[in-house]
Design a protein around this ligand. Structure first.
Ligand SMILES: [Mg+2]
Length: 338
């Protein structure tokens, strides 16, 4: 039954760009810059654009260095969210905590604590094995029974990955849930899986979401788990279709969005037929402040559209110059051919 529903959604999505006019997007456009609690992937602030359609607020937030072509999927996704609603089948989603590539023990302790009840932590690694091992040990120190995932963002070569995964497994014993994108390409993932003599699950993220044809990828022998991120994949309907196609366990994750963008991920996670892994949708905790709050308790996040705090929306509004930069960006991305 669910498959039928998503078939309908997919056809709806292909028309979604025509569901709004560029003028409507620009008229309701707000651009904000939110402060991060700690440095994440080199960022201390996150700039996001928000606009309203008949279904409410939507977020368009490709990172500022992304080109117009890559940003097109993010715009398709935002327009879909602004204009479509999706049927959901669950009211809360298990979350993982996300731990940045930090050296600071106090910061790690506070973050671990902030993900109320999380039983899984995703730890950013990849730049230096020794500090990665220290970071993992600190997470385990403050949440001894939690499972760990590591996210390498494709930084390792195959030989590095074999060496480093071995070292990490030696330290965390049976606690490693999976390794996300240890190497950059699908071919390397396949090579790694064939050569790795220890039994560790591999998840694919960048190689899927940065692909021009995510539906056509052959992931056989390359990955055990698929990471789905709504905006980079072009929307909720598209993500459902990709999830169905590859027939692998799914993890819905965020792209460091504001609470508005997180709502898109929550809708996807709540619409999926099956969720067997905690999802990376608690990244709101990485922000010092946000324009709305999602309720997280007991390791779960509630599926709901949060109330936007108008005062904060105003307080975090960017300069006129930045707003104009985003207006021009959206206008250009609008013209990119599908
Ligand atoms: Mg990742």
């Amino acid at each position: 039954m669910l498959l039928k529903r998503s078939d309908h959604q997919i056809s709806a999505n292909s028309q979604s760009v025509r569901e709004m006019q560029l003028e409507e997007v620009l008229t309701s456009l707000r651009v904000i810059e939110l402060p991060l609690r700690s440095k994440f992937q080199g960022l201390t602030k996150r700039e996001v654009a928000l606009f309203q359609g008949k279904n409410g607020w939507a977020e368009f937030s490709p990172f500022t260095e992304y080109n117009d072509q890559e940003s097109k999927k993010w715009l398709d996704s935002a327009i879909e969210t602004a204009t479509k609603s999706f049927q959901v089948i669950r009211s809360e989603i298990p979350i993982n905590g996300t731990i940045p590539d930090s050296e600071n023990e106090q910061e790690i302790a506070e973050l671990v604590e902030s993900y109320d009840g999380a039983k899984v932590f995703k730890v950013k690694v990849g730049r230096n094995l020794q500090s990665d091992l220290v970071r993992l040990a600190r997470v385990s120190k403050y949440s001894p029974s939690a499972k760990l995932r590591i996210d390498v963002n494709g930084l390792w070569t195959v030989p590095d990955a074999i060496h480093n995964i071995r070292a990490i497994c030696d330290q965390v014993a049976g606690n490693l849930e999976y390794v996300e994108q240890p190497v950059a390409t699908i071919d390397e993932l396949r090579e790694l899986r064939a050569e790795l003599e220890i039994n560790v699950k591999i998840a694919v993220d960048e190689a899927l979401r940065k692909s021009n044809a995510p539906l056509d990828l052959n992931l056989k022998g390359a990955a055990d788990i698929l990471i789905l991120k709504v905006a980079p994949l072009g929307g909720i309907a598209k993500s459902l279709e990709i999830g169905e196609r590859h027939k692998l366990p799914l993890v819905v994750s965020s792209a460091l969005e504001s609470a508005v963008g997180i709502t898109h991920g929550l809708t996807l996670a709540a619409a999926l037929p099956d969720i067997s892994y905690a999802c990376g949708l608690a990244t709101g905790k990485l922000f010092a402040e946000d324009i709305a709050q999602h309720e997280i308790s007991g390791g779960n996040i509630r599926v709901a559209k949060p109330e936007i705090d108008e005062d904060r929306l105003t307080r975090f509004t960017v300069s006129k110059g930045r707003l104009e930069w985003w207006r021009q960006r959206i206008t250009r991305v609008w013209e990119v051919a599908p």
